[in-house]
Design a protein around this ligand. Structure first.
Ligand code: ZN
Ligand code: ZN
Length: 362
């Protein structure tokens, strides 16, 4: 079959929306999904800085959602017509997958970032016959269709706006999962969120839904205004005495802090803002060594890296859609939709901070 997709041919070039070819139907355990919408995530754009490790040409996009149009074999657990949110790929049989921690799958990097499953590699081509990287995050959803392992797909209620749900599979799941799964934030807990982008604002919404007191830090006033709208106290990054001001607003120090920026000065501010036994979660990839000030981990404070919100998508995505239906997780307010053909404009807006979460509509 032929359909349009956004192909990235080199690390520095714009996306080119062109016809691509899938030359077989779903293999055993796979499903073919007609994509209704796909979010753009920082990890898609980070491919440009991957130093050649993510193979090109490739169709990126890993926050897809849509409708199942064909299933491979009887064991996918899904049927034609099901609405699905697509998540990240995992092997399903390593120790961490068996421990219900698929985001820490032994094969996470190879399955999601560095080429995907190779067993079907020959099937995805451009119209001239040139090979495309097999599958980005098990999906490659900047496209009209995606062939995915059924394991990646979460069935959702068909009454939901499926074209907007894709970011629940990565960006929003990452922020909300850190708060609800990794930290287990509850009523009256205190949380500081560094960076009010898609991940940080999802964290703010989840914390507000859980009844926590949240402080959000960012350098963009528009994003701080959004954080305030979703229940946080907003503080400007780069202002002096930031940690002290967070401590003032969190009864002497936050129990939890979430850094979405990867900035060493902000991470040190986050540690200074924690109360004893506080927990700092990092979700951004660090690009250099992280200097820590002496004493910053004293008194039971700890740091952990959190991937994909410690979520099992089939359990967590329905929790988030349930919260949305109850009016307590208004993620749709963070989204601006673009036709897939405007993907380069979406990228520019994303990099410039003009949009929190672009969603591309094929
Ligand atoms: Zn695994
Ligand atoms: Zn992502």
């Amino acid at each position: 079959m032929r359909f349009d997709a956004a192909v990235l041919r080199s690390y520095g070039s714009p996306f080119s929306v062109e016809e691509v070819v899938l030359d077989a139907g779903p293999a055993e355990g796979e499903i073919l999904v007609r994509i209704a919408g796909c979010g753009m995530c920082r990890t898609d754009l980070a491919v440009r800085r991957s130093a050649g490790r993510s193979p090109l040409p490739a169709v990126l996009g890993h926050e897809g959602a849509g409708v199942v149009v064909e299933t491979g074999g009887p064991d996918t657990g899904l049927s034609t017509g099901d609405h699905v949110v697509l998540g990240f790929d995992s092997c399903g049989h390593c120790r961490t997958c068996l421990s219900a921690a698929p985001a820490y799958c032994d094969s996470f990097a190879s399955l999601n970032l560095f080429g995907g499953r190779t067993e079907h590699a020959a099937r995805f081509r451009d119209v001239a016959g040139g090979e495309l990287a097999p599958r980005w995050f098990g999906q490659s959803s900047f496209a009209g269709y995606a062939m995915v392992p059924a394991r990646n797909a979460v069935r959702v209620d068909a009454s939901l706006p499926v074209e907007l749900l894709g970011p629940l599979g990565c960006g929003f799941l990452t922020g909300a999962g850190a708060v609800l799964n990794s930290f287990g934030v509850g009523p009256g807990d205190t949380l500081a969120v560094f960076g009010a982008g898609a991940v940080g604002l999802a964290a703010v919404m989840a914390a507000t839904a859980a009844g926590a007191v949240t402080v959000a830090v960012d350098r963009f006033p528009e994003r701080l205004a959004l954080a305030e709208r979703f229940g946080a106290v907003a503080l400007r990054a780069g202002s002096s005495g930031l940690a002290d001001r967070i401590r003032d607003r969190t009864d002497g120090g936050a129990q939890y802090a979430l850094d979405t920026t990867g900035s060493a000065p902000l991470i040190n501010d986050a540690l200074r803002a924690l109360r004893p036994t506080g927990h700092l979660g990092l979700v951004a990839r660090l690009r250099s060594a992280l200097p820590l000030e002496p004493g910053s981990l004293d008194r039971g404070r700890r740091i952990s890296h959190i991937c994909e919100g410690d979520a099992v998508p089939r359990l967590f995505v329905p929790r988030l859609t349930g919260l949305w239906q109850a009016g307590r997780f208004p993620f749709d307010q963070l989204i601006r939709t673009y036709p897939l053909t405007d993907i380069n404009e979406a990228e520019r807006d994303c990099e410039a901070g003009r949009v929190v979460k672009p969603v591309l509509i094929p």
